[in-house]
Design a protein around this ligand. Structure first.
Ligand code: ZN
Length: 166
């Protein structure tokens, strides 16, 4: 699967990853709205927000930031429950962020879940990231005040992704 390159303004991401960090985990997000609305946030140079990828309900995969660069998707840490969180380090430095069209209460479409599963397995293979619940996480585990990504069953996504790479 080849994502469609969209990109985003320089002010919404950081070139490279500081201190030699590289992707060690994948953070799953929900856009809390339509695909177009979510993308417009990343395209607006004033938001300082981005993700590496966005996936629509129809299964389209758009890329806004290179995986080698730092996207601004999970930089705020509030009462984290993620066991592999590095204290005092911005999580953006060592994660890849994937946004998904929809709101927290949505049941994901098959097309969206299938596209996300393939993308997660490809990122995991590129960076030697384990396909388990410690390395493919919900945004909520970093920022507990957000429900993001809502109803997604990450276990189901992981089971399917593991099936692809097995
Ligand atoms: Zn999020």
């Amino acid at each position: 699967m080849q994502p469609i390159w969209i990109g985003c303004p320089d002010s919404n991401f950081r070139k490279g990853r500081p201190y030699g960090f590289h992707p060690e985990a994948i953070v799953i997000h929900i856009m809390d709205g339509s695909f177009a609305a979510g993308e417009s946030v990343f395209q607006d140079p004033g938001t300082q927000k981005s993700a590496h990828y966005g996936i629509s309900k129809a299964g389209a995969v758009h890329q806004y930031v290179n995986e080698k660069d730092t996207a601004f998707h999970a930089g705020i840490v509030v009462d984290p429950t993620w066991g592999l969180l590095k204290p005092g380090v911005n999580p953006n430095f060592y994660t890849v962020g994937i946004e998904h069209e929809g709101v927290a209460a949505d049941v994901w479409t098959e097309a969206q879940l299938a596209a996300s599963t393939i993308l997660v397995s490809q990122i995991a293979e590129r960076w030697r990231i384990a396909l388990d619940a410690d390395h493919v996480i919900r945004h909520h585990q970093i920022r507990s005040t957000k429900t993001c990504p809502g109803g997604l069953d990450v276990g189901q996504l992981l089971a399917r992704a593991t099936g692809i790479t097995a």
